[in-house]
Design a protein around this ligand. Structure first.
Ligand SMILES: *Cc1c(COP(=O)(O)O)cnc(C)c1O
Length: 377
């Protein structure tokens, strides 16, 4: 099956009992047992629910893994994955990781003695240097948020295998439509499904795919123990959104490419960060491991004042956190998504006050470009 076909025919489709073409919303918490302990595969909906299971099978097929899991948010998914570790374990993580991920590891998981070192994972040498005797995993985002830095999945996976570490990839930005990290040796792939997978700004969810039944058993144990599950209504909504992932990503790709070209040629724009541009340092690596560049790009408007001007004048880009929706979104990472990262650390990373991040949506590219042009005058 090719990608768009898999989006329609992958996972579990329809309902055998009634012939319904969609998986029904099983709004149920418990299941009748024929005799004690003798049931039809479901006993309690924290442990398993048929609508959630259909979603879990769907993402498993899309990422090409062994088992899938659905959580109540991307952060619930990430936190649950970290619960695979124990006090005293150490994880190496991409330095410009999602702000919420930085927060949970540096302010919550640190209290449980899970230790993290932030490294520029686009440099395998730096990752190698950060490995300690208690290191258990390498955790990367590629491309990153908001500077779109690219990590070489093959090299990182080789390094992880050589050192016997788990290799974990947050694949939110690329989506399984463009990039499948398991294909290059990732052990765990996770998503904030709130973004492109849901795609319509109407559901908060997290998905995880593991590449072995052993990891699947461990993660299901955590999901069932900690209980951060996704409910049946949201599972249904997410399946509905994911069916159109292919057409959305194709259209977003074309729009983003046009917007990136426009910004790159604009005299008031200092720099543009988009892996689809040939002058982007991660362009070749990204091209070697993903079939598309996605809809995220950032540009430096020069100053915080200029960024304010743009935000004030822009019409078609909604000022909001989040990304990957049908509507184009705009944000200033320094004051929004990355505000939880201390200022000196932000500047170290290149997240300046004038940096504007956009998530290109499904509007006409010409309208988006005219809008940006007006706002930049
Ligand atoms: C949004 C996001 C998350 C967190 O997901 P939520 O669904 O908001 O909890 C994690 N990683 C990345 C890359 C994100 O963009």
């Amino acid at each position: 099956m090719r990608k768009k076909t898999k989006l329609i025919h992958g996972g579990i489709t329809g309902d055998e009992q009634t012939g319904a073409v969609n998986v029904p919303i099983y709004q149920v918490s418990t299941y009748q047992q024929e005799s004690a302990g003798n049931h039809k595969g479901y006993e309690y909906s924290r442990t398993g629910n048929p609508t959630r299971f259909a979603l879990e099978e769907f993402i498993k097929d899309l990422e090409g893994g062994k088992q899938g899991f659905a959580f109540g948010s991307g952060m619930a998914a990430i936190t649950s994955v970290f619960m695979l570790f124990s006090a005293g374990d150490h994880v190496i993580m991409t330095d410009d990781v999602y702000g919420g991920t930085y927060r949970v590891v540096s302010k919550v998981l640190n209290r449980f003695q899970i230790e993290v070192t932030f490294v520029d994972t686009s440099s395998p040498d730096q990752v190698k240097k950060a490995i300690q005797s208690n290191t258990k995993a390498i955790y990367v985002e590629t491309p990153t948020n908001p500077l779109l830095k690219v990590t070489d999945l093959r090299k990182m996976s080789d390094l992880a295998k050589e050192q016997n570490l788990l290799f974990i990839v947050d694949n939110t930005f690329s989506t399984p439509y463009w990039q499948n990290p398991i294909q290059y040796g990732a052990d765990i792939v996770l998503h904030s499904a709130t973004k492109y997978l849901g795609g319509h700004s109407d559901v908060v969810a997290g998905l995880v795919v593991v590449n072995s039944d052993e990891l699947g058993e461990d993660l299901h144990f955590i999901l069932n123990s900690a209980g951060g599950i996704l409910g049946p209504q949201d599972s249904y909504l997410l399946i509905r959104g994911m069916k159109t992932l292919g057409v959305r990503m194709e259209e977003i790709e074309q729009n983003t490419n046009k917007v990136a070209q426009f910004l790159q040629n604009h005299p008031k724009v200092k720099s543009v960060y988009y892996p689809g541009l040939e002058n982007h340092p991660g362009h070749d690596t990204h091209t070697s491991q993903a079939a598309g560049f996605g809809g995220m790009l950032s540009f430096d408007a020069g100053s915080g004042e200029m960024a304010d001007q743009v935000l004030k004048r822009i019409q078609y880009f909604t000022l909001a956190e989040s990304l990957g929706a049908v509507e184009s979104l705009i944000s200033v990472p320094a004051r929004m998504t990355h505000a939880s990262i201390p200022k000196d650390r932000r500047e170290e990373l290149g997240i300046t006050d004038g940096l504007i991040r956009i998530s290109v949506g499904l509007e006409d590219a010409e309208d988006l470009i005219e809008d940006l042009n007006r706002a930049l005058q």
